[in-house]
Design a protein around this ligand. Structure first.
Ligand code: HH2
Length: 281
């Protein structure tokens, strides 16, 4: 898939480095709210081996306070403009569910949209369809305010797959061809920690949807539930999850700690190429 000036082809895995330009993101809130710090962090992640970066101006953690579009634009657009002015060479993804933020970010130099709302807004779809960029369509239910109460599934895997398939159908109607869509099971979004573990363990089944997969396990609550580790100490658990993603054939992995994830993914990819993954049999 062409994303910006780069071609993402082959088995990957490609690493998406996270830069949250927010005061309240669950693991790095407040650290990169200042545009200078956000720019430095994006450049640091590029130096660590990120293949693309994901900029977000609104936290999506459960119960996060909504941010209006103007404030979200004010947070992310200057960062994109500065990165492009400085010759930043990686594709930039804009993590937003708001059409006006996506439009402004794409105009400022972003290359793709990361939509954590499972593409429910036709206005956002129209922006992406007109721009002709790729989009990440992530599975979720409801909003960060109510998603925790919507984690009722009879058959988790088939319901997530069916809801992603429905999002692909909406995208087609709204003018976004399947070739431009990356699918994401949405770890932790309208899922309990136990459901998140099941989804990660069975993520290879979602390859039947026929699109590249992106998975975001980084520092998430299921790791804390399994290990008791606080957010700032979840890197080892994150790397175990990154390894599982690579062995399952996931193409893109969204992480905060790119250098460490790069090493884990290189080893996991070597194991996978050597034919040793039972997940693939
Ligand atoms: N997870 C988060 C945010 N955006 N996008 C995709 N496609 N997949 C994910 O799993 C995903 C995502 C949550 O993590 P983070 O950005 O660190 O936190 P916050 O939402 O609090 O800013």
């Amino acid at each position: 898939m062409q994303i910006g000036a780069r071609l993402f082809e082959g088995p990957g895995p490609f690493l998406m480095g996270v830069v949250n330009v927010t005061p309240d993101s669950f693991s790095d809130g407040g650290r990169y709210l200042d545009p200078t710090q956000a720019v430095e962090q994006a450049e640091r992640l590029a130096g660590e081996g990120a293949d693309l970066v994901d900029l977000g101006g609104e936290s999506t953690r459960p119960g996060a306070a909504p941010v209006d579009a103007e404030e979200e634009r004010r947070r992310v657009v200057p960062v994109i403009e500065r990165l492009r002015a400085r010759g930043f060479r990686l594709p930039i993804s804009i993590d937003t569910s708001k059409a006006s933020v996506a439009r402004a970010a794409l105009e400022a130099g972003a290359d793709l949209v990361n939509d954590v709302s499972a593409l429910i807004d036709p206005a956002l779809a129209t922006v992406v369809a007109r721009a002709g960029t790729p989009i990440v369509v992530m599975h979720s239910r409801g909003t960060p305010a109510d998603m925790a109460s919507r984690a009722g599934y009879v058959d988790l895997l088939s319901e997530v797959a069916a809801e992603l398939r429905a999002a692909l159908a909406r995208a087609a109607i709204w003018g976004i061809p399947a070739e431009r869509i990356i699918l994401d099971p949405g770890l932790g979004f309208a899922k309990t920690p136990a459901q998140t573990v099941e989804l990660l363990a069975r993520v290879a089944e979602l390859k039947a949807l026929g699109r590249p997969l992106l998975v975001g396990p980084s520092r998430k609550r299921f790791i804390g539930e399994l290990t008791g580790a606080p957010i700032e100490s979840r890197l080892p658990g994150t790397l175990a999850a990154v390894t599982a993603c690579v062995l399952a054939g996931v193409e893109l992995i969204r992480v905060h700690d790119v250098a460490a994830a790069r090493q884990a993914s290189q080893v996991a990819q070597a194991l996978r190429s050597a034919g040793g993954s039972p997940l693939l049999r």
